[in-house]
Design a binder for this molecule. Structure first.
Ligand code: 5GP
Length: 199
């Protein structure tokens, strides 16, 4: 069976990564999303094992020592990481696997898995991003400014991603990512069986 593809999706807080990923999953039965491990506290609407594996700091460091992560990073004081074995299992089963991760982790994946497809999501402008963060209502101004500062740092690293997709209208962002996956599937290196027929 054909192995699946690894897809890294990053982007600043407030850009709507989660919404884009959910819409992609609904549309494409070949897609799966990796469930990360984190040391940050669970939010009220979250389920352990669905949104994240919520684990202790000690357990996380034990997993780092055992080299169980495909990538891991610290983000606003907490650890986040992608357990490697489940991702490889899904890829072996032929599923395309999305990693919705921040940029330090994204860069690690690009190094370790050069075949990975990398997509950085942006808002139409920084002004729109700021408005979206303020519009959430649950964040004070200091936190909004911190997130915008963090976003600036992420945009600097984003040049190393293969694709930049603008999330203005959700539908457009989703079809852009689908177009990336479609174009990747028909790259010459994946179409060799057609060419070998002539030999
Ligand atoms: P949140 O705490 O809001 O769920 O996530 C904070 C940030 O961590 C988001 O940018 C999210 O994409 C990122 N993140 C989630 N899981 C992982 C992971 O396994 N590895 C890395 N490097 N980042 C992650």
């Amino acid at each position: 069976m054909k192995k699946g593809r690894l897809i890294v999706i990053s982007g600043p807080s407030g850009v709507g990564k989660g919404t884009v990923v959910r819409a992609l999953l609904e549309r494409d039965p070949q897609l799966r999303v990796s469930v990360s491990a984190t040391t940050r506290p669970m939010r009220p609407n979250e389920i352990d094992g669905v949104h994240y594996y919520f684990i202790s700091h000690e357990k996380f460091e034990e997993m780092i020592a055992q080299d169980l992560f495909l990538e891991h990073a610290q983000y606003v004081g907490n650890y986040y990481g992608t357990p490697e074995a489940p991702v490889d299992r899904m890829l072996e089963q032929g599923f395309d696997v999305i990693l919705e991760i921040e940029v330090q982790g994204g860069l690690q994946v690009m190094k370790r898995r050069p075949d990975a497809i990398s997509v950085f999501l942006v808002a139409p402008s920084f002004e729109v991003l700021a408005a979206r963060l303020r519009g959430r209502g649950d964040t004070d101004e200091e936190k909004v400014l911190m997130r915008l500062q963090q976003a600036r740092m992420e945009y600097l690293v984003a040049s190393q991603y293969q694709y930049v997709v603008v999330n203005d209208r959700l539908e457009d962002a989703v079809s852009d990512v689908q177009a990336i996956l479609r174009a990747d599937a028909i790259k010459t290196e994946h179409q060799q069986h057609f060419l070998k027929e002539a030999l």
